[in-house]
Ligand binder design. Structure first.
Ligand code: SAM
Length: 141
């Protein structure tokens, strides 16, 4: 399956508020992030963030190193349009997490809501974990 084609179609044909995973506030994620990374200088990446409202909450909280990665540029456009001028404070990464190269040790918080669980192939899960876990750390799947 071509993940980009699939997800682009989802985001251009459905309103962000109509998808089953929509949440007006990413309250649980925000409270977990505040707990593990109280300093607002923490580098946070939302992998497969799509059009999630998590970025709105992080910006409102004062986090200033927010990254949103998604395979769908349409999803990122929805989120960046929604947050308005504050979009300039976010690094938007249009990429397939299974193929992109992210700098090791670049992020203090790796957030993923409803992306990893789509990976039904063990090879894909390994490729994902290799990107999430800094080199040198043991990672088993
Ligand atoms: C169920 S949605 C969840 C979106 C968001 N995390 C949320 O909580 O609203 C899954 C998201 O993962 C993205 N996605 C799926 N496979 C991906 C991949 N291989 N690389 C990057 N993003 C991916 C999709 O474009 C979609 O935005």
């Amino acid at each position: 399956m071509d993940p980009r084609g699939h997800w682009q179609k989802v985001y251009v044909t459905r309103k962000a508020t109509e998808v089953s995973w929509y949440q007006a506030s990413a309250a649980l994620s925000l409270s977990l992030i505040r707990r593990v990374a109280p300093e607002r200088s923490a580098a946070i990446i939302d992998v497969g963030g799509g059009a999630s409202t998590l970025v709105d909450g992080l910006l409102a909280d004062g986090y200033d190193r927010v990254n949103v990665l998604d395979v769908s540029g349409a999803a990122l456009a929805l989120a960046s349009t929604r947050v308005g001028a504050a979009a300039a404070r976010v690094t938007w990464l249009e990429a397939n997490i299974l193929e992109t190269s992210l700098a090791a040790h670049a992020y203090d918080v790796w957030h993923d809501r409803a992306v990893f669980h789509f990976l039904t192939d063990v090879g894909d899960r390994r490729r994902y974990v290799l990107r999430a876990v800094p080199r040198g750390y043991p990672a088993r799947l």
